[in-house]
Design a protein around this ligand. Structure first.
Ligand code: MN
Length: 151
């Protein structure tokens, strides 16, 4: 994708920025997820980081994954829950979530509301890793985590 710098972009409407390319969350079949779109809002190389916007439709979820790079997340729209490490949190508009490196994480929208959030990451970053059977067994040792995760 070619980055076309704009100094001003219209505010979000209906879950998407009007003049920002609407992208697939991930390549289909590369990882489990449901009903997530991605928009890259800022990727100026001088910043060394990217600010993306993800919109998870009602009942949808992001991939359960971990990686060396960190996420700084701000919920902008709707509500839902997220897993960070071995804890599940309810999240809503204006909440901040810090996902440290190599920490399992997954976002789920509510049944009746989307979950839209900003996510800041390093421009240069490692690829997400998916849980293996041992990882899943460890995660599922906590009942609330077992109930929450989608794989
Ligand atoms: Mn991630």
């Amino acid at each position: 994708m070619t980055y076309a710098p704009k100094v001003h972009r219209p505010r979000i409407q209906g879950g998407h920025w009007q003049d920002v390319a609407l992208l697939a969350y991930k390549q289909m079949g590369s990882a489990p997820f449901r009903d997530v779109t991605r928009q890259v809002l800022f990727e100026d190389p001088a910043l060394g980081c990217e600010l993306r916007y993800f919109e998870v439709a009602p009942k949808g979820h992001s991939t359960l994954e971990r990686h060396e790079h960190v996420h700084a997340v701000m919920i902008l729209r709707g509500h839902g829950c997220c897993l960070v490490g071995d804890q599940v949190f309810e999240v809503a508009e204006q909440d901040l979530v810090h996902i440290p490196g190599m920490t399992w994480h997954q976002f789920r929208a509510a049944e009746d509301a989307p979950l839209g959030f900003l996510c800041m990451v390093n421009t240069t970053r490692d690829r997400p890793r998916l849980p293996d059977e041992a990882d899943l067994a460890a995660l599922r040792s906590r009942p609330e985590v077992a109930e929450f995760i989608r794989t």
